[in-house]
Ligand binder design. Sequence first.
Ligand code: NI
Length: 158
Amino acid sequence: MVKTIKLFGEPVLRTPAEPVVDFDLELRNLVRDLTETMIDAPGVGLAAPQIGVSLRVFTYNVDDEPGHLINPVLKLEGEEEEDDEGCLSLPGLQFPTPRAPRVVASGFNMHGDPVTLEGTELLARCVQHETDHLDGILFIDRLDKKQRKLAMKAIREA
Ligand code: NI
């Protein structure tokens, strides 16, 4: 089911999410809702807190290959690079955001099997952005001082 995406200002977006403990039907429904909501938006990634569920789950859809990851732990590689980034919870805003160019993410799929996701470029950026959501961090927090000022101004005017 397509859910309403929570917007900047909602407390759930600033709340660190809880690890998933039960790999049950409810979790599989959550992954399905996240996937459907992400594709409907459309977006390249969506984290559970963005639909109001404070659990460590996100979905991604890079190069038309949708997937999900639960309880992710990231290993970042390489020197940070800036590229334009946006967020479905901050519609219309894009700012150059520093991210590691490569990431190895380990976690679980919705059946509780351990999985490893390796990404570069957009997938690496997406995985870092979505994992940040699980820690209550938004991409505007990662901007340099000048860009963050511009972002806060744009938010006030939105
Ligand atoms: Ni986002």
